[in-house]
Design a protein around this ligand. Structure first.
Ligand code: ZN
Length: 196
């Protein structure tokens, strides 16, 4: 676990503080807290640290999708939402606000001010992209990627946390844990302000 990952911090130290609405072997579905942008806004999150959704194996993707499907049903059938939007923000440029993979589920309600607005509305139409040659180039580039293996695109960093901690004295360990909690709490706050 990276020392400043707020999700790992909560999963490992304060699991009772999570508003869990679904769980599988490797994933949680928890309510966005404390500042949801929609009633029932939910995050699907791997229990182990993954920098982004790109690091999930094909099996983990499937597991996440199964939990997503169940969660969407809880939202439409339990919460009686009128619709649902699902967002995956991958890597910083993609709007990922926490260094730990997550999928966002936004229940949509007719009475909400933003009802009917697709989440893709942040992308305006761009005339320079409406070009046949460019379509051809884009298609070729995308099809040239070898994505057949089902494995993540790169090795996940192996977490050597246990070995590291063995080398520390107990005092250092406590100090580090304090630092870790503090920085995780700070990051959590920053993240909330950023509206990840
Ligand atoms: Zn993490």
């Amino acid at each position: 676990m990276p020392q400043q990952c707020p999700f790992c911090h909560f999963i490992n130290n304060k699991p009772d503080d999570l508003w869990v609405v679904g769980e599988t072997e490797n994933f949680y579905a928890w309510l966005e807290y404390p500042e949801p942008r929609a009633k029932g806004q939910t995050n699907i999150v791997p229990k182990e640290h993954r920098e982004s959704l790109l690091e999930l194996t094909e099996e983990e993707w499937n597991e996440a999708m199964a939990l997503l499907r169940k969660t969407v049903r809880r939202i439409t059938e339990g919460l009686e939402a009128d619709g649902v939007s699902v967002t995956m923000n991958i890597k910083e440029a993609g709007g990922q606000m926490v260094p730990h993979a997550y999928i966002q589920i936004f229940p949509r309600f007719k009475e909400d001010e933003n009802a009917g607005t697709p989440t893709g509305a942040i992308f305006p139409k761009r005339e320079e992209l409406q070009d046949e040659d460019l379509f051809q180039e884009v298609q070729n580039l995308m099809n040239s990627a070898d994505v057949g293996s089902g494995k993540p695109p790169k090795q996940r960093p192996r977490i050597a946390k246990e070995e590291e901690e063995k080398e520390e004295t107990e005092d250092e360990e406590l100090e580090e844990e304090d630092e870790r909690n503090k920085s995780a709490a700070d990051q959590w706050k920053r993240m909330k302000r950023g509206g990840y």
